[in-house]
Design a protein around this ligand. Structure first.
Ligand code: ATP
Ligand code: MG
Length: 464
């Protein structure tokens, strides 16, 4: 859960408190899943989840402020109100999931007293670890930053410790069965492997290869969220290489899979084909980067495969920007991007070739270029594009210097005149106004006029 302003330590201590209370009341309770994995890896967990034998009704009674979320899934949020913020601990009752018929959710959930059964319905061995924070040789609060101590408290029914140590993502139980139950797990496998630099265990990888097509049944929003996480966790290149190796890429993003083997002119792209080039951009996406920059990097050349042509002089991709924008628009629609996310992603694709012309742009064109919303993302994309190719940053440096040196009032100066002045000068309001004001703004941005009088003179000369 979102911790807001609270520190990881506060959240950790709150979760410890929850475990302690549940145990004092005679129930089994553990820290579970991602937080145990992260503590063992020496990484700060995003959140601390608790798994317990107590049923939701009991948990709801035991703590003061609680919320039942998806009560049939057996999860209760316990709220904490500390000086440094409000947050919740997720408390899940041990459960065993029944059959899955929709490829995503269990049809029925059965509570169980068995911690082991609960672990066995989880996805991967590294995510199937429980920890008893009171069964260790130090104060529970000292567990953070001490993976060796965490290890002492681990309860491992599935060989998760060994896999964590060896760097392996392995499905719990029969991989095919587990991916048949919930198809989203295939994407999660890739995401965890990329995030931690782990490999997919052989049978797990084979199962994904044979079932990849089933991802078509998963909601597009969930697929989008997985892909966005892969793109913005700092390991986008590894994630997309794995998506490709497992056959998932062709299922979820066939337009990107088509980049493979699409040759480029070697004088501009010594690195190789469009796919290799795109991976070169993904390699530069930093952890925490914006989702629009990430998707823009992934899709900037998506128009190249369909426009590839071997012209007499060299390979050409005439119109790849326009075609790319159309394809990217379809992808944004398919994945239900918000309007704002769509706008910026498409703007990045649409403008990515303009940097090469910047030194020949009229002043007005350059200033209008700078007005693009989130211009720093356009700059960042162009830089990645260059570094993934020729390595020549000349155009990037030129534009960045001009952009940084130009004050906002120069890029977006106050208009010299408006429609009101035109009416006052006797012009009838209408379609021509737009052209007149545009001509005035052009001249103003070029620096050839600077006053309202000069603006009116220009209008009279040009438009009569
Ligand atoms: P992250 O750091 O990305 O949050 P996480 O391991 O905490 O990783 P969550 O999606 O928060 O992942 O889920 C918490 C735990 O619930 C997982 O560690 C895993 O044990 C279990 N889990 C989550 N999603 C699934 C799933 N689709 N199938 C089976 N178990 C799952
Ligand atoms: Mg989590």
């Amino acid at each position: 859960m979102d911790g807001g302003m609270t520190s990881g330590t506060t959240q950790f201590e709150a979760a410890l408190g929850v475990v302690e209370r549940l145990r004092a009341a005679g129930y089994e309770a553990y820290l579970a899943g991602g937080c145990v994995r992260d503590l063992l890896l020496g990484r700060e967990p995003k959140d601390f989840d608790v798994a317990t034998s107590a049923e939701p009704g009991v948990v709801l009674e035991m703590f003061e402020r609680t919320f039942a979320v998806g009560s049939h899934f057996g999860v209760v949020l316990v709220a904490h109100d500390e000086d440094d913020g409000y947050f919740t601990t997720e408390v899940a009752t041990f459960r065993s999931d029944g059959a899955y018929s929709d490829g995503r959710h269990p049809d029925a959930v059965r509570y169980t007293r068995s911690a082991e059964e609960d672990v066995r319905r989880r996805d991967f061995t590294i995510n199937g670890l429980l920890m008893d924070p009171f069964g260790v040789g130090c104060l529970p609060s000292d567990l953070v930053d001490d993976p060796a101590a965490v290890r002492e408290g681990v309860v491992d029914y599935v060989g998760g410790l060994a896999d964590l140590e060896a760097g392996i993502v392995r499905a719990i139980g029969q991989a095919e069965e587990r991916f048949e139950e919930d198809h989203l797990r295939m994407l999660r496998a890739v995401r965890f492997a990329a995030r931690f630099g782990f490999v997919l265990e052989v049978a797990t990888k084979r199962a994904i290869r044979s079932l990849a097509a089933k991802t078509a049944a998963v909601s597009r929003e969930r697929v989008r969220d997985e892909l966005t996480k892969m793109l913005t966790e700092g390991h986008a290149r590894g994630a997309f290489e794995l998506l490709n190796e497992t056959g998932l890429l062709a299922e979820v993003l066939p337009e990107v899979a088509r980049m493979k083997g699409v040759e480029q002119p070697p004088q501009y792209h010594p690195e190789g084909d469009v796919w290799v080039h795109t991976l070169g951009l993904l390699a530069q996406l930093e952890e925490g980067c914006s989702m629009t920059l990430a998707w823009g990097a992934l899709l900037h050349d998506v128009g190249k495969p369909p426009t590839f042509r071997k012209a007499p002089d060299r390979i050409r991709f005439d119109g790849h920007v326009e075609v790319g924008v159309a394809i990217a628009a379809e992808i944004c629609r398919r994945f239900r991007f918000s309007n704002e996310e769509t706008r910026q992603t498409l703007a990045l694709v649409e403008n990515h070739m303009r940097f090469a012309d910047a030194d020949r742009m009229r002043a007005s064109t350059l200033k209008r270029f700078f007005r693009l919303e989130g211009f720093e993302e356009h700059l960042a994309l162009h830089r990645m594009d260059c570094l993934a190719g020729s390595g020549n940053l000349e155009h990037w440096e030129f534009v960045r210097e001009r952009w940084q040196a130009m004050p906002e009032e120069t890029v977006r100066p106050k208009p010299l005149i408006t429609g009101r002045e035109l009416i006052a000068a006797g012009y009838a309001p209408g379609a021509a106004f737009k052209q007149m004001l545009r001509a005035v703004e052009d001249a103003q941005l070029e620096g050839t006029i600077a006053t309202a009088e000069e603006a009116m003179r220009l209008v009279r000369e040009r438009f009569g």
